[in-house]
Design a binder for this molecule. Structure first.
Ligand SMILES: C[S@@+](CC[C@H](N)C(=O)[O-])C[C@H]1O[C@@H](n2cnc3c(N)ncnc32)[C@H](O)[C@@H]1O
Length: 181
């Protein structure tokens, strides 16, 4: 089991806390939330430990099978509670799983196809993040919030925004939309 320390970097954690804060503001209840490209399950951990977003079940889906044991270990407190959290190995581009009333994808830059987005039924609540960071693992680079919205259009926007991350020798911008597809 090898944990990628980047999952706990400032750019990852502050982006997910930003998501938590905006999602919590909605006052939504979710019976089933799917997190696409859920990686080590850190977003699930933050949402559940903050306890302000009312969610019955979270499923963290990642195509990389090494993610499931790590995400379940980090979220053990909720795995043992009748799988309130559970990580699954799954390609979200072919996922035909059970109904979700909220789909979150903070890993859009890693998805080599838009199939996952096209498969989300109209009317589903979504939260999406992307960024303008050039990286060997990124197959999608977004240069502006407008470009991000054009790539993943929603019918209704409850939130849209950009967050700048500045470091001594580099910087990047994270984009986020929250609404209804
Ligand atoms: C490096 S991580 C996440 C970085 C991201 N910015 C975040 O917010 O956590 C990206 C994850 O997306 C996953 N991924 C890429 N394509 C996928 C797919 N088709 N289905 C499910 N997961 C996928 C990768 O396996 C990887 O664990």
């Amino acid at each position: 089991m090898i944990v990628d320390k980047d999952a706990f970097s400032n750019g990852q954690i502050d982006s997910k806390l930003w998501l938590c804060e905006e999602l919590e503001r909605m006052g939504w209840f979710s019976s089933m939330t799917h997190i696409y490209g859920g990686w080590h399950g850190v977003l699930g951990f933050l949402l559940l430990s903050r306890g302000r977003f009312q969610v019955h079940k979270i499923r963290s889906l990642d195509i990389d099978p090494s993610c499931q044991p790590i995400a379940d270990m980090i979220n053990e407190n909720w795995v043992i509670k009748d799988w309130q959290f559970k990580a699954l190995t799954q390609d979200c581009n072919t996922w035909e799983g059970p109904f979700a009333d909220l789909i979150i994808n903070t890993s859009t830059e890693h998805f080599d196809s838009i199939e996952w987005f096209d498969r989300i039924p109209a009317g589903t609540r979504v939260v999406l993040q992307g960024n303008n960071m050039p990286h060997d693992d990124h197959v999608v680079t977004t240069n502006s919030l407008k470009e991000f919205k054009d790539r993943y259009p929603l019918n209704k926007y409850m939130f849209e925004g950009s967050k700048d991350f500045m470091y001594p020798d580099w910087k990047f911008t994270r984009f986020m939309t929250l609404g209804v597809k």
